[in-house]
Every structure is written in C-alpha cells, then in structure tokens.
Design a protein around this ligand. Sequence first.
Ligand code: C2E
Ligand code: CA
Ligand code: CA
Ligand code: CA
Length: 278
Amino acid sequence: AKSGGRDHARIFTPQLHEEQFQHLHLESDLRQAIDAGQLQLHYQPRIDARSGCLNGVECLLRWQHPQRGLIMPDSFIALAEESGLIVPIGAWVIREACRQQLAWRAAGIGDIAVSINLSAVQLKAGDLLATLREVLQTYPVTPGLIEFELTESTLMDNAEHTIATLHAIKQLGFALAIDDFGTGYSSLNYLCRFPLDKLKIDMGFVQHLHDSPQDLAVIKAIIGLGHTLGLTVTAEGVESALDVEALRRAGCDELQGYYHARPMPPAQFIAWLAQAAA
Ligand code: C2E
Ligand code: CA
Ligand code: CA
Ligand code: CA
C-alpha cells in the first residue's frame, strides 16, 4: 500500500473501499466464469439495407452471474482486459461462435455469418493466431463467414505489429471490420494499410441523424470513404423506420439495431428467424 498522507483519506473512504472490494470479487468470479459455464453469447442480426435480408449476426457477450444475474459486457470487459482474462474469455467467444455456427448448419438453418469483437489486449497477446489456427482445425467453419471487429484505437497502437497480425488473420480467410468508426483518432493513412472489409459507423452519429445535419454529413462522408476504399459500410444503433430510410438514402450497405432486433439468446434468435422468414 502507498504511504502518502493524502492518499490515506481516500483509501479509507468507505465507498471506495467497497468499490475495490467488489472489483476484486468480480475478478475472482470472472476467473471461474468460463469453467462454470456462465458466459453466453447473444446474437444481433445485421440486415442488408437494400434487400432487408439477414446478412449475419454480431456475437455479444453476456455473463450470467450466479448472484448478480445477467451482467452486460460494459460492466466487465474492462476488468477482463486489465486482468488479462480477456485472452481466455476472447478465445472462448471465438470457439462458441464457431460451435453455434456449426449447430445452425446442422439444424438445417444454413450458414449464418458471425461477427466477433476482438479486444486490443487479445491482438497484442501473441497467441491469437495460434488460437485461430486451432479453431479452424477443430471446427469445419468457413472463415469467410467469420468477421472480426476491432476499434480504431486498437488499430492505432503498435501499428506495425497490428498490421502484420491483421494480414495474417486475413490470410487465414477471415473478414475484418472497424467498429465504432469515426470516434477514434482515425488516420486515413493507416486505413489504406489495413486489409479491411467493412466500416461500422459509430452509433453516436446514427443517434443524431435527424437533429444534426453535421452528423448526417459525417455519415455520408464515411459511406463515401468506405465505398471509395471498396469496403462495406454498416450503421449500428438503427432504432426507427426513419433511421432506416435516411441510411438507405445515404447509400449505407448494412443496418444493425433495435429497430430490426435486439441481441438475442440462441433460442430467441431461432424464433426471430422463423418470424422473419414468414
Ligand atoms: P459494440 O461492439 O459496439 O456492440 C454494439 C452494442 O450496442 C451492443 O451492446 C448492442 O446491444 C448495442 N446496440 C445494438 N443496437 C442498438 C440500438 O439500436 N440502440 C442502442 N442504444 N444500442 C444498441 P452490448 O451487447 O452491451 O455490448 C457493449 C460492448 O461490449 C460492445 O460494443 C463491445 O465493445 C463489447 N463487447 C461485447 N461482446 C464482446 C466480446 O465478446 N469481446 C469483446 N472484446 N468485447 C465485447
Ligand atoms: Ca462490435
Ligand atoms: Ca460498435
Ligand atoms: Ca434515434
């Protein structure tokens, strides 16, 4: 512990103490979560903007905690990254997404493309490529139907190693998307050097589509940029028919958001599929 006189007052603040205590608890709980089968993936449809057909799903992590109930990723991903637990958890996510994709195939539903979020920590850890090769040996999935989403900040730090890793991931046949595009310190210079397939426009722009001409202008600029670079452009956070209409008119390729469907556990997703096909 630190011995700075001023820090003492803070360390013994009951609330802070409680927070630290919770944090430690949560970390040791999270350490066991994989083996205890408490992690789950929910699936949110990605919709083709022109045809309205299902393009694929994004896999979103949830933690079914025995005492606290369902915990959302914003409440534990940072903790998982700080503790390094994101590496085994991220590997679990990749395997589970592949297992689910094969289960859908076996059930006669067909091949559904999956998008998987990758953390910067996973990319840096070094064993990501080994995990991906192992997954391709274990599961007879089509790598072109598996897309990894990375944020701009992930791409920007340690750029040389990142560029090499992304090329290796591409070489294995996987697809790559930039998530939350427009919020990080995007460098157009780097953008051309990454072997990308897709840009996902940050939800913040979509949320202000109708009340901010600037946000609509940024959306159009991102779509233009993406198309110039030969990339698919997806909008997230699509919540209304008006959003759909404006994004279609702006030339957006793919839509994702509560308007079409929320992230769903597997059984609910199957029901959604049946209703969407009807
Ligand atoms: P993200 O990758 O940007 O995922 C989109 C988030 O927006 C999801 O939140 C989704 O439920 C939510 N969302 C989708 N449509 C709408 C909408 O129309 N309106 C609004 N307001 N929200 C919408 P979720 O599932 O809570 O995930 C939060 C973040 O946690 C994700 O943001 C991602 O950064 C991270 N995350 C989730 N799963 C994983 C994972 O397996 N690995 C890693 N490293 N991060 C993950
Ligand atoms: Ca994402
Ligand atoms: Ca996003
Ligand atoms: Ca809105």
